[in-house]
Design a protein around this ligand. Sequence first.
Ligand SMILES: [Ca+2]
Length: 233
Amino acid sequence: MKFRLCTLSLTLLLAAACNNSNTPATPAPANLSALTATTPAVPTITSPVTAEGFIQNWLVLDPIAIEGVGDHTEEVEKPMFAKEYFKGQLTLIPRDNQKVTANGKEVTWHKVKVDADQIDLEQFCTDHNTDPTSCIFYGFTYVIAEADMKVKLAVGSDDSSLWWLNGEEVIRDYASRGVTADDDLSKDVTLKKGLNILRFAVIQGDGPTGACARFFDASDKPVTGIKVSADTP
Ligand SMILES: [Ca+2]
């Protein structure tokens, strides 16, 4: 071990010696940057979920057009979910009316308050004069819990969808389907006391499109004691 450390030190010294003396220090590795990333503040404007636990408050990005949507299969859509369409796609803390450039086109985040259990993304496109076909939607909401709790995320989507809780992928389903509540259930995940962040991506082919989400507790009952928010402080 000592020898390896010495070798490492020597390598670093040689690298420093070879470096131009005016060159700034090497930037910190990406994992260190992540550790120092700003923690989002807890929103002051919050809303309850429905009596059945459904989340009604979201920030949704205008649809990003994608080519090749047809079969909602892993083979076709895995690369579509993997692609980076806009900077900070999975780390950005969006706010209402914020604009980002995705695939070279300006798109906007919109605050959405749904009346029913699901977000109607086709209606969302009508409301904002965008095209709800062959596209991918990104959504975001804060989930505020009063205590740590072990839960499962339950979602429905039209069509395929991918969901992240606090940066961790928890559900991915390739499917051509309408929105049905609880079509997909995550493994046990933890809602932390305080602020949590839930994100989704939905790939839409044609026709209707939408999504819904709620949490189930350890007794398989909908979690209703949480607050949600689409109001970034
Ligand atoms: Ca559809």
